[in-house]
Design a protein around this ligand. Structure first.
Ligand code: NAD
Ligand code: UDX
Length: 464
């Protein structure tokens, strides 16, 4: 059986970067080259100061520092890296389509197809192609079709190996995953390819945690895993609204149901709504696939998870307006947090973007502080919505590097991300500089509401 010594990964993003850095760290005998079309991104991965790498993840800069230049390389020479590799991971973006059929629902697979065509064009030796990106079930069929019709005589095996890391805990998740999933063909060649990839992971992951399936089960399982996780959040968020009407407390309800071992305690934290690049995109994709097979009830069932999430974000914003005497026009609202969760600089689909958009519609001024998100990213996120002019967004939003300055003179504070540091602020000092009555809307239920009320704040949480 084939022992892999040279891996290429196409796509140096939030998945390709951390995943392959950990492979390189754990497998010093394998040369790992991560390639990307984005020159600025590759330059940042190669920055001599390892703290400037483009993805913020606890522990990642240490992993990169250990392996980079030893057996981990970042490059823009995609052709050469593909040509030299025995195994090629495809880890490019697969966002929701923004045009044509399936607009707003299906996954845009143009970057996947480009990769397949590029691999087909430059390969002169047999290769195992690994789908690391999250893909609609049966995408491997299209990838195979492109690879197998080149006439070059080169043989390809296509595996599905979806990634289950969560941002903010990527390194930990990669070093010790609950499971690794590998889907491959039933044929002898397919099984050999699976075995070669199992052997790579077995360098640090116990073999019983490496699951193998057929390709289609693997592709579909990734969408289903994300749909189940997001569905738990929408379920608990639905109940949070009921709690607010009944004086039940969502934290108590979560604990009460989560201690049932059949339900379990994880992913029951009520919030301003889930964000991130995956949940919404992957559920929309599942809904789209179901509809395309004529499965209306299946599609409607999963779509409700998204409808509930949109509602949760909107009702958080409208609750701020209502509490501020039905108008926020000209009022300053401080945002603590912009990232979609703590310990990441990623803002894709963050609830903060949608809450800000609603409040800007109401003519509020927003003063943002986030410990890791860059100022331009915040403006870019708002511009992407195309709700108003670039200038209006810039006039309505100011970004601060200091949380106390962001809260200075504000009518209200909204907590959008659960960054740990928010808990330890000098809340007395913040209170002194705010307009009264000083209001806090804790979209993550992370602050000590009792202590804040003792200072004088009026506090609103989620479902409490
Ligand atoms: P990303 O946008 O951060 O990175 C993708 C990279 O691929 C970009 O840098 C882009 O320039 C590059 N790229 C695109 N086409 C290319 C091409 N033809 N050649 C070379 N480079 C190319 O995306 P991501 O968050 O890393 O996600 C990648 C995939 O992994 C998606 O399918 C996503 O659904 C999946 N996924 C993401 C997460 C997550 O937490 N972000 C977790 C699991 C799975
Ligand atoms: C998710 C999946 O967890 C991961 O397995 C998959 O590979 C990629 O998508 P990620 O989006 O990085 O990971 O973060 P995750 O921890 O799942 O959080 C997603 C969103 O849900 C965040 O906005 C988070 O704040 C929110 N969330 C999470 C809640 O609101 N409540 C919870 O109980 C858990």
């Amino acid at each position: 059986m084939r022992k892999i010594t040279n891996i290429c990964c196409i796509g140096a993003g939030y998945v390709g970067g951390p995943t392959m850095a950990v492979v390189a760290k754990q497998c010093p005998d394998i040369k790992v080259t991560i390639v990307d079309l984005n020159e600025a991104r590759i330059a940042a991965w190669n920055d001599p100061d390892v703290n400037n790498i483009p993805v913020y993840e606890p522990g990642l800069s240490e992993v990169v520092a250990e392996a980079r230049g030893r057996n981990l390389f970042f490059s823009t020479d995609v052709d050469q890296a593909i040509a030299e590799a025995e195994m090629v991971f495809i880890s490019v973006n697969t966002p929701t389509k923004t045009y044509g059929s399936g607009k707003g629902m299906g996954a845009d697979l143009k970057w996947i197809e480009l990769c397949a065509r590029q691999i087909a064009r430059v390969s002169t030796s047999d290769k195992i192609i690994v789908e690391k990106s999250t893909l609609p079930v049966r995408t491997a069929e299209a990838v195979r079709d492109i690879l197998h019709n080149t006439g070059s005589g080169v043989k390809f095996q296509v595996l599905s190996n979806p990634e289950f890391l969560a941002e903010g805990t990527a390194v930990e998740d990669l070093l010790s995953p609950d499971r690794v999933l590998i889907g491959g063909d039933d044929s002898e060649e397919g099984q050999e390819a699976i075995a070669a990839l199992v052997d790579v992971y077995a360098n640090w992951i116990p073999r019983e945690r490496i699951l193998t399936t057929n390709v289609w089960s693997s592709e579909l399982s990734k969408l289903v895993a994300n749909a189940f996780l997001a569905q738990r959040i929408s379920s608990i968020n639905a109940i949070s609204e009921l709690c607010e009407k009944t004086e039940a407390n969502i934290n108590e309800v979560s604990r009460a149901i989560g201690t049932d071992s059949r339900i379990g305690p994880k992913f029951l934290k009520a919030s301003v709504g889930f964000g991130g690049s995956c949940f919404q995109k992957d559920i929309l994709n599942l809904v789209y696939i179901s509809r395309s097979f004529g499965l209306q009830e299946v599609a409607d069932y999963w779509e409700q998870v998204i409808i509930m999430n949109n509602h949760q974000r909107k009702r958080f914003a409208l609750n701020i307006v209502k509490s501020l005497y039905n108008t926020v026009s000209g009022k300053k609202i401080a945002f603590l947090g912009w990232a979609f969760k703590k310990d990441t600089n990623d803002t894709r689909e963050s609830a903060a973007i949608y809450v800000a958009d609603e409040l800007l519609n109401e003519q509020a001024f927003i003063q943002v502080y986030d410990p890791k998100v860059q100022t331009e990213q915040i403006y870019h996120d708002l511009e992407y919505l195309e709700t108003r002019s670039v200038e209006s967004n810039r006039n309505g939003v100011s970004v601060y590097q200091d949380p106390y300055e962001a809260c200075d003179g504000a009518h209200a504070i909204a907590v959008l991300t659960e960054w740990d540091e928010f808990k330890n602020y000098d809340w007395q000092k913040i209170y002194a500089k705010m307009l009264k009555p000083a209001k806090i809307f804790d979209g993550r239920n992370v602050l000590d509401h009792k202590a804040l009320r003792e200072i004088g704040f009026q506090v609103n949480g989620i479902g409490v």
